[in-house]
Design a protein around this ligand. Structure first.
Ligand SMILES: [Zn+2]
Length: 223
């Protein structure tokens, strides 16, 4: 799905470069625009879809909203800080979250849109979230933050970070994920929040203290 987007961007750049090659007074401007269009593109990170990590089907149809989200909300999970950094563990983590949300919380599917493992493996959460992200026009209604589920993309980061920092790999993937999501939905890097900004919770722990750093890193990736 990223290919058409990338190609369109490259083509847009090529058109501008082509105009520049025409030798008009706008040559330099066209050149700069073309270069910027290509260098600010955030490549799609690898995000395993629900089928890949063997998600259960939702218990009822997910709701696709015909609006773009206006923010990203960062969470951490309630699971222990595992030292299993394998891909298999990341998939198991996604299944554990889905089971908790469906069987204990009684939700129709995973509440969050996406999940980031301690090793930095990204997976789709609620069904349809990845398709919506790649097209950048709609979003799936989530269940991760009361009052924000129809306007915020929720990302669950594996682990508890009340008194320890997350692994660097988790952080790096979080930056990349947020940058790509901001790009796809035209969300400003300033519109990245933590769960506790909206609900009474400690989530996302120390990650909340690092939101200014996260916003800066995302802004840098977006150019
Ligand atoms: Zn949370």
């Amino acid at each position: 799905m990223s290919v058409p987007l990338s190609r369109r961007s490259v083509l847009r750049g090529a058109v501008l470069l082509g105009a520049a090659a025409g030798g008009t007074a706008l040559t330099q401007l066209g050149d700069d625009r073309g270069a910027r269009a290509m260098t600010t593109q955030v490549d799609q990170p690898v995000i395993a879809n629900c089928a890949t990590w063997r998600a259960r089907p939702p218990s009822s149809a997910v709701t696709v909203l015909q609006n773009r989200p206006n923010k990203i909300i960062v969470h951490h999970t309630a699971f222990p800080n595992s030292t299993d950094y394998s891909l298999a563990h990341a998939y198991q983590n996604s299944r554990d979250i889905q089971n908790l949300h469906m069987d204990t919380n009684g939700w129709l599917d995973s509440g969050q849109h996406f999940t980031n493992s301690r090793a930095g493996y990204l997976t789709e959460g609620r069904h349809g979230s990845l398709y919506a992200l790649l097209h950048g026009q709609t979003m799936v209604q989530g269940a991760h933050c009361v009052g924000q589920n129809s306007q915020a993309i929720g990302i669950e980061n594996e682990g508890i970070y009340l008194d320890v920092q997350p692994p660097q790999a988790l952080w790096d993937s979080l930056v990349l994920f947020c940058a790509f999501t901001c790009q796809q939905y035209a969300i400003p890097a300033t519109e990245i929040y933590g769960h506790k900004d909206f609900n009474s919770t400690q989530c996302p722990g120390l990650l909340h203290d690092r939101l200014p750093e996260l916003r800066s890193a995302v802004a840098a990736r977006l150019g």
